[in-house]
Design a protein around this ligand. Structure first.
Ligand SMILES: [Zn+2]
Ligand SMILES: [Zn+2]
Length: 175
């Protein structure tokens, strides 16, 4: 099924920006460097078994990489939800152990896109633009619940959708 925002959001590029991928790779390499070059030189006890070291080294490296991918994702996701990008990126960076990201996912707002007709910010659950009455999603003319553009009858009330005179562009989307 098509997401309603795909109608409005044609410029939907990659959700993980390049800089955060580079930062993630650097963070991973830095952790590797610390574990294999710096840490053994400072160790005074016999080294733990190689399997254990490999396990800890890889999991810490991946965790550090994930941290930067997370911040990159937030930098792309927050604007789509009309949330303060800078504020949430700082929160995700300074809160230890990824707690900032947890807060972000708990508190994030519904996705916002733009009305294709007039450019007003609209939420993904809107059926009509509040400013110009442009129909954003197909909906039943009887109970006004969202329907798929391909449906012949409303799944909620059984209303025959063909008699609602669906706008031509929604009919085209359903094909
Ligand atoms: Zn509009
Ligand atoms: Zn209905």
């Amino acid at each position: 099924m098509r997401e309603p925002e795909s109608i409005a959001m044609k410029e939907d590029e990659r959700m993980i920006p390049v800089w955060s991928i580079i930062a993630a790779i650097l963070a991973f390499l830095l952790v590797e460097y610390y574990w294999w070059i710096v840490a053994p030189a400072q160790r005074h006890h016999p080294a733990p078994p190689l399997g254990l070291r490999l396990y800890f080294d890889l999991s810490w490296g991946l965790l550090a990489a994930l941290y930067f991918l997370m911040v990159g994702y937030v930098s792309k996701d927050a604007p789509r939800r009309a949330m303060s990008t800078r504020f949430w990126m700082v929160i995700c960076l300074v809160m230890p152990g990824g707690i900032g990201a947890v807060f972000y996912f708990l508190l994030r707002q519904p996705e916002v896109s733009r009305c294709p007709a007039c450019g007003t910010h609209v939420q993904s659950d809107f059926h009509f633009c509040p400013q110009c009455n442009y129909q954003l999603t197909a909906n039943c003319g009887n109970c006004f619940r969202t329907v798929r553009p391909t449906d012949q009858f409303c799944t909620q009330c059984g209303h025959e959708l063909a008699v609602d005179h669906t706008p031509a562009r929604l009919r085209v989307l359903g094909e």
